[in-house]
Each structure stands twice: as structure tokens, then as C-alpha cells.
Design a protein around this ligand. Sequence first.
Ligand SMILES: NC(=O)c1ccc[n+]([C@@H]2O[C@H](COP(=O)([O-])OP(=O)(O)OC[C@H]3O[C@@H](n4cnc5c(N)ncnc54)[C@H](O)[C@@H]3O)[C@@H](O)[C@H]2O)c1
Length: 434
Amino acid sequence: MKIAMIGTGYVGLVSGVCFSDFGHEVVCVDKNPAKIEMLLRGEVPIYEPGLDSLMERNVAAGRLSFTEDLATAVDGADAVFIAVGTPTRRGDGHADLTYVYAAAEEVANCLTGYAVVVTKSTVPVGTNREVERIIRETRPDLDFDVASNPEFLREGAAIDDFMRPDRVVVGVNSERAKETMGEVYRPLFLRDFPIVYTDLESAEMIKYAANAFLATKITFINEIAALCERVGADVKAVSKGMGLDGRIGNKFLHAGPGYGGSCFPKDTSALARIGQDHSVPQEITETVIRVNEAVKRRMIDKLRDLCGDSFNGKTIAVLGVTFKPNTDDMRESPSLTIVPAMVGGGASVRVVDPQGRREGEALLPGVAWLEDAYEAAKDADLLVILTEWNEFRALDLERVAGSMATPRLADLRNIYTAADAKAAGFEEFVAVGR
Ligand SMILES: NC(=O)c1ccc[n+]([C@@H]2O[C@H](COP(=O)([O-])OP(=O)(O)OC[C@H]3O[C@@H](n4cnc5c(N)ncnc54)[C@H](O)[C@@H]3O)[C@@H](O)[C@H]2O)c1
């Protein structure tokens, strides 16, 4: 198969590289020249474990290439994937589909023969029909089909998720498109990974419903965590006791500082708007959005309490600012609410993050970036764990506490226990929900 991948972000690049590893011939295109220049030099513009070597292998095998020129990428392609961003539209919470529709029009202008135009971006119900309409209007002569193929990969584990998915969802409205998509995903089909074929609208809905459900699960346990703190329960034990029930499952039941990232905030917001537009309010999702904001504010209150009711004049070391470990993605990270509250309250904040600095420097003005957790903790009044990178999971707590001006620890990822902290010499310790 010959595949064109439009957009080389977290989804487009991983998908393009993995498709080439299946044996397909893949051309990835991006309109950001800096990204393409990096890719042509063999550098990966994002941090995603394992992506660099997989990319190198497939470029060397001649199956994977990069270009800024959409016409070159699309020429002769059997399937053209649109994997551009669908951020929240300013002002109204809807998904901004400008990039998707612009890409569809560009593709229409460049196609040279039959192809399936596949939307991989997360898009509201009706978008694939609109993509179809745009292409038909731009090129009435063209023989093509559209397909909806939402992506479920997680940043930080993206390659494994792509290569060993729980399922692949494909929405089609023609047999020919189904056959082409079957060929694209044949290596997964042969290894018995489930491929769910459905209509376009259901495929689009599956993605939003899945993300809203996961955001709900996280938010549910975060709300239970607040109650645990009041009544003397331990949310970690509660999660374990709940999660062992097969109907519930243990994933996404870890209490923390609120969900963030490039998907849950924008997708819950878009789903809420879609519901309102169709007079079927998605009240659970609307509540989840509201509660998640409250969770982040609760974290700020917790930290302020720990500082004796004011951040002013305190030195605070923050470990981890990306929205989760193993990614450099800072989009909607809880740190973007919590750290500015500390800086704005008069604290001097030091930040350590293994990959977050490149993105984070512009987003977190007024903080000092350090390389090492121990250096950051030295003479600090408070240490805050915001993202559970592996290197923060086995800190020498005694060394940390011993070097601080006032040994206080706020572990917002529940890595350490109160007993660990006390034994290491911390005078004060808070976690989430315990
Ligand atoms: N990031 C994730 O973990 C994830 C997971 C599942 C689904 N998604 C969805 O996938 C889509 C892409 O997300 P992302 O995080 O990869 O976005 P991103 O912002 O990282 O990347 C999008 C890329 O598309 C490029 N682009 C935009 N218009 C273009 C055009 N006309 N021609 C060529 N290139 C163009 C941009 O320059 C950018 O490099 C979104 O809809 C998102 O909701 C993301």
C-alpha cells in the first residue's frame, strides 16, 4: 500500500512510522518547515520512547520519507490520512476543524486517482461527511471514498498502543473503502487484533465517548479522593478494592492533580458542545469538566496550606510539569494552573522535568529550570511532585529532606507514603486522598 500521512504531530508521526513498519510505503507531510527539516535530518521533533529507532529503521529501508509538498505525498496514494490538530476553538469550546477542512481541500486538489481519504484526527459527528462534500465540490471528477479511523494511542506508550491496539475502529460507507482499510491494517488483523467496522458517524462518536468516559473515571476517583481525606480513608486502597472488580477495572483510577493533556480537556469540551447543539446536553461530561477544574484548584489550596497560608517568599521545587511521564507534551497540563498560582502568589519556583523544558519555558514564565531533583530541593521550603516520571519514584528522601530549609513534601501522584516521608525526616507531608 502507498500511504500519505498529513500532519507529523504526536499522532501523524507515530502512525506514519508504524504503518511503514507494517511494510507500507509511507510519505509524511507537514506544513511546518522546521519539523520537516528535523525529520529529514533524522531527528524526531517530539519525545516519544522508541520512535527514533523505529523511524531510522524504516527510513533506511526506503519505506518512509518526509516532505513539505502535499502533492508529492498524495501522488499515487491508496490511502491519505488526515492527522492534523483539532484544538478547542477559541471562545466556544467546539473542536476547531479549520485544519481538517483545509487539508481535505488540499488533498482534493492533489489526488491523481482513486484513494480513501481517512480522518484520523478526533472530529465531531458529521465531519467526515463534510470532508466528503468538500472533496466532491473541489473535484467533482474524482473517484474517492472517505473513512473515519480515530486514533486511541497514548503519548508515552504510543508505539506499543499502535502496534498492539485494544481495537482499531474504522467507519466507512463503501465496500471499496472497507477493502482498502482492511489492507492498511492487515498486519494487525492477521495477529487477531479486533477491527471494528462501522458507519462514519458511529466511528466519530466512539472516540469522543471513549475519551469522555476515561476522563469521567479519573474525575470520579479524584472526587472520591477529596472525600477520603475528610473521612480518613486511603484512596489508593479504595482504588485497588474497586479496580479488582472486573466490571470496573483498575486503569484510570489513580487519584492525582486532575486530568490534562492534548485530548481529554478538548474532547470533553467538544462533546459537551455537540450535546448542547443537538439539545441533548451531556450532563455527566459537563460535570466532569467542572469538577476537574475544581480538582486543580483544590491542589493549589493544599499547597498553599502547606506553606502556612501564603506562597509569598517561599522557595518551591516542582518535580515534573508535563501532563504525564514519558512525553514532552505540556498541553493543558495541571502544572499550567498550579505553577502560575505559586509564582503569582510570590513564591520562587524551581522546576525539574526530564523532557518538559523545551515546551515549558514559554508556558511557565518566571520559574528557574534545573536538571536535578536534589539540586532543586536544596534550601527549598516545599517539594512538590506533579508528574510521576520514573526518576522521581525512587528519590533518596532522606537526602532531599536533609537539604531543604523546611522539609515539606507534597506528593500529588501518591508515590510515597506518610510513613516514608516521616522516616526520611519530612516535617510535613500531603498526598491526594489519603
Ligand atoms: N496527541 C495524542 O495523544 C492524540 C491521541 C489520539 C488522537 N489525537 C488526535 O489526533 C489529532 C492530531 O493530534 P496531535 O497531537 O498529533 O496534533 P499536533 O498538533 O501534535 O500535530 C498536528 C500537525 O499537523 C500539521 N498540519 C496542520 N495542517 C496541516 C496541513 N494542511 N498540511 C500538513 N500538515 C498540517 C501541523 O503543522 C502539526 O505538525 C487531533 O485531532 C487529536 O485530537 C491525538
